[in-house]
Design a protein around this ligand. Structure first.
Ligand code: G6P
Length: 369
């Protein structure tokens, strides 16, 4: 097992560090920057289904559901198609309205999650077109879907999903860009800009990994916290949810992810000097709003750990700690901002003596209800 861990203490850490390569492997052959195109056979063969879809439904569980939420933002923002993201377990049991003009995208690392598999069967019965985004080649979900795209993350052993998540986002982003360009919703120049930016993501992820020691130091300060709040807006709201999930799964600290603005409708009541708040503050259209959220936390003495883009000075003055990550375009930012949150959970869990790779009560794949 030590050999399989490749010199890392845990599979989770190894898999976090594998992300630059995993993302490259995922877009290899698909991202054709020189030609200004995206090649994805599973989508090209079924492009009409996507172009004619009234809406896109996304069903998944756990971390894969968070990847689905990121996809919702990018499909709606760039491809201008309505998207609904569903927990597969709820979707299958609530008699959903599905028609043959719907496209269902299912997302699953293992390709074996029982609820996600059942969601496919239901959608197929109602005549929808089902597209699978899976990591495990030949898995049940990959076989049941009408078409699909693999994530090529390689085996993920740690129960807490890391590289599966970022490679899912990579595939879904390529899909959204491909659809956006096929619909004429974005120009060739815009597409080219995204392709170039996507190609730069692996080296930016490497940049995030270089700040590991700084993140570890922050972890040492908050490892005893009983609770932790994660906030983000827009594309980074799902990243906040995923950050909170990662922390609770492996460290058993109670953590909640929230849209930053929604804080006022509940979580703000919990903020005091004991409460660490991890907030993602990228320079996007909502930046000023996030800054005002940070001020609100500060005035209630919450401890602020802010993930910011390099060179940010405004948040630096307000936050207790800043984690600087390389700048990228907003739509691709979840691929970057997720990385320090994975590291933060990892270090906190290790410092608390938790079994990082096999947290209590959790399974890598939930194949029964
Ligand atoms: C379990 C795992 C999670 C995973 C979820 C969905 O809860 O512990 O890491 O995100 O199942 O699994 P899937 O294989 O469908 O992505």
């Amino acid at each position: 097992e030590q050999i399989e861990k490749g010199g890392y203490d845990h599979f989770m850490l190894k898999e976090i560090y594998e992300q630059p390569q995993a993302i490259r492997d995922t877009y290899r052959g698909r991202l054709r920057v020189d030609e200004g195109i995206i090649k994805m056979a599973g989508m090209e063969d079924n492009l009409e289904k996507f172009l004619n879809a009234d809406r896109i439904l996304i069903a998944a569980c756990g971390t894969s559901w968070h990847a689905g939420l990121v996809a919702e933002y990018i499909f709606e923002d760039l491809a201008r198609v309505p998207v609904e993201v569903e927990y597969a377990s709820e979707f299958r049991y609530r008699n959903p309205v599905i028609t043959e003009r719907d496209v269902l995208i299912v997302i699953s690392q293992s390709g074996e999650t029982a609820d996600t598999l059942a969601a496919i069967k239901l959608a197929k019965e109602k005549g929808a077109f089902v597209f699978g985004v899976c990591n495990v080649v030949g898995s049940s979900i990959a076989r049941e879907a009408h078409a699909g795209a693999y994530t090529h993350a390689g085996p993920e052993i740690g129960v807490a999903s890391t590289k599966a998540f970022t490679t899912q986002i990579t595939v879904l982003t390529l899909m959204a860009l491909k659809l956006a360009s096929a619909k004429g919703a974005i120009s060739r120049t815009e597409l080219q800009r995204y392709l170039t930016e996507m190609e730069a993501i692996p080296s930016k992820v490497e940049g995030c990994l270089k700040i590991n020691d700084h993140v570890k130091y922050i972890a040492s300060l908050y490892k005893e916290a009983p609770n932790c709040l994660y906030l983000g807006r827009g594309y980074n709201f799902p990243v906040a949810l995923e950050g909170a999930l990662k922390l609770k799964e492996i460290s058993y600290i109670h953590a909640e992810g929230y849209p930053a603005a929604e804080m006022k409708h509940g979580p703000i009541a919990l903020i005091d000097e004991q409460m660490p708040v991890v907030i993602i503050a990228t320079k996007n259209g909502h930046y000023d709003k996030v800054v005002s959220n940070i001020q609100e936390i500060k005035s209630r003495k919450g401890k602020i750990i802010a993930v910011v883009m390099e060179g940010d000075t405004t948040v630096r003055e307000l936050a207790d700690h800043i984690i600087e990550v390389p700048e990228t375009t907003e739509a691709l930012s979840p691929l970057i901002t997720t990385i320090p949150l994975q590291l933060l959970s990892y270090h906190i869990a290790v410092m608390r003596g938790c079994n990082v790779d096999q947290p209590r009560n959790l399974a890598k794949s939930v194949t029964v209800e």
